[in-house]
Design a protein around this ligand. Structure first.
Ligand code: PEP
Length: 259
């Protein structure tokens, strides 16, 4: 059985003091949870990465960035390199979130460069894919996802793919309170797993962690996590409070029969 991973994307929220308070609260709430059963990742804003790392450096909660730039260093004002993120204590980096594709012009090509740079520097990518409402209504969901995956994972080896987490995030469900039904989500997850097995190898696809993201809340966690191809969640809004994020972790453990 694949181990579920729950990641909290804090987006552009929280000062340093607020971030430290949140991660301390989360640490306290997860006191009885075993890292054997579940992985937990938090993705604060850049300015809070190192202060949050100082709280969790001896804990099993892992740190993620929300973005990176693919160059190692140089005249790229405002950008952050993978090595700098590692230096702040990051183990993971979210890549290709729909908000970055939508507002900051990210393409499958730039997502591919970022994935390759992350892997080169030893950061584990959490790669987001997902269709818009218009694309779903037109019946092109699978084509959209396939294009994002083939483009994003160009020139990635099966060995590198073992380090990747994929997050299926239907854009129409992000921050809208509208969640995909467990069956709707699982249908796309199963499609992704099958596609990964064609592009890479069946073993890579069997072991791949595919998270669901889009208005995951404590009260819908268990039904989503019970689906056979859903292996955790990428959580936005509900990760901003320690108690709701911890409830999502608990709901996942419940769904996996570990609570
Ligand atoms: C996200 O930003 O990745 C996300 C899923 O947000 P929310 O949980 O708020 O829909």
């Amino acid at each position: 059985m694949r181990k579920p991973i729950i990641a909290g994307n804090w987006k552009m929220h929280k000062t340093v003091a607020e971030s430290v308070e949140l991660v301390n609260g989360l640490k306290a709430s997860l006191g009885n949870v075993s890292p054997q059963d579940i992985g937990v990742v938090v993705a604060p804003v850049y300015t809070s990465l190192y202060p949050v790392y100082e709280v969790i450096r001896d804990h099993w909660i892992k740190l993620s960035a929300q973005n990176l730039f693919w160059e190692e260093k140089g005249a790229y004002t405002g950008e952050i390199s993978p090595a700098m993120l590692k230096d702040c204590g990051c183990s993971y980096c979210i890549i290709g979130h729909s908000e970055r594709r939508q507002y900051f012009g990210e393409t499958d090509e730039s997502v591919n460069k970022k994935i390759r740079a992350a892997l080169h520097f030893g950061l584990l990518p959490i790669v987001c894919v997902g269709e818009s409402l218009e694309q779903r209504e037109k019946g092109t969901t699978f084509q959209v996802i396939e294009k994002q995956i083939r483009g994003g994972f160009t020139d990635i080896s099966p060995l590198q793919m073992q380090k990747v987490i994929l997050a299926y995030e239907p854009i129409w469900a992000i921050g809208t309170g509208r969640t995909a039904t467990p069956e709707q989500a699982n249908e796309v997850h199963a499609f992704i797993r099958n596609l990964i097995s064609q592009i890479f190898e069946p073993q890579t696809s069997d072991e791949l962690c595919i998270q669901y993201g889009g208005s995951v809340k404590p009260d819908n966690t268990e039904s989503l996590m019970k689906q056979p191809d859903i292996d955790g969640a990428l959580v936005g809004g509900a990760s901003l409070k320690a108690d709701s994020f911890a409830s999502i972790v608990m709901g996942t453990l419940q769904a996996y029969g570990k609570a």
